[in-house]
Design a protein around this ligand. Sequence first.
Ligand code: FE2
Length: 374
Amino acid sequence: MRTTIEDAGKVLAIDTGEDTMRFHAVWLRDNALDPATRDPGNGQRLITLADWPADTRIAMATTENGTVRVNFSPEEKDVAYELDWLRAHRYDRPKPPRRLPDGLEVWNDTRDPIPAADLTDLQTSTAALGTWLAAAARLGFARVTGVPAEPGALFAIVDLFGHVRETNYGRHFEVRSEVNPTNLAYTGLGLQAHTDNPYRDPVPTLQILACLENSALGGDSTVVDGFAAALRLEQENPDHFALLAQHPARFEYAGDAGVTLRARRPMIELSPDGQLQQIRFNSRSTAPITDVPFGAMETYYAAYRHFADIIDDPAMAVRFKLQPGEAFLVDNTRVLHARTGFSGAGTRWLQGCYADKDGLLSTLATLAAQEHSS
Ligand code: FE2
């Protein structure tokens, strides 16, 4: 391993023997790991940019046994970095832009088998929980079996990784036929694949639906990978993809007394570097779209219809009939869910609740770190 100071101290190049990694002096100083910069206990940064000079340079650098020691001027401050840490955080490499965030896997109707786990196994085995959470994070969808077919049992699924997100629909909501329903979900109508609550900002990032009864004719559930649908849209027509990504749509719900929820967000939301971030798609709660320029509106509607056609294509959907004691979880920022219509003969009773993905990902990362260290 050899280091070279470049560009008058603004850049440090580290030749590892296999390749060269470059880091800027300002980046290294900001990310110093010494106890005066970062709290050794919680890892949080103790200083701000104003606490070190803007003209920070690397005055000297040495290497020894996998450690790089840097002296910064004008502070005359020494900081040590482990090579493994530098390698894990390197940014000096060509990054081909990928639409799909790292670690995700897109799917369609060929997805088999659907990841599923027994609730008791998830509660008693961290290995089973880790595998199930990893599948949920990677696919945005996972099933649970062995859930007691009784009211409130769905909370045990949320307890595996996080907290319920309560909304105006309550801590949980009942999905069964109602007279004069406040939401079309509470009827026997079929529901086109959708993401829930696009009129919230932020949306609930996870939804859990658990089945208590399903003796009605029909009432099958389907899930569609919205990221797979968006990638297909871009492949079939890049202009259509761009229109849905670049213009905000509008969503609204005002079906309950005292509730008026509105959001102005695109149907396909990208991060600033172009990665798929979130899908919002829900024909029931799409409000008049007023943020598309007049000259683009017809093409925008063609794009919207194209996206809907892809979402409705049975080849995109995984279909199943939820049985009492079964539940599923979807990443509501990515995966759309639907149900076929069902008849009044027999009963279909589901309970749903929302939770948040940060808790799921946090539990997954914590379990992975434990496994790594054991
Ligand atoms: Fe829904």
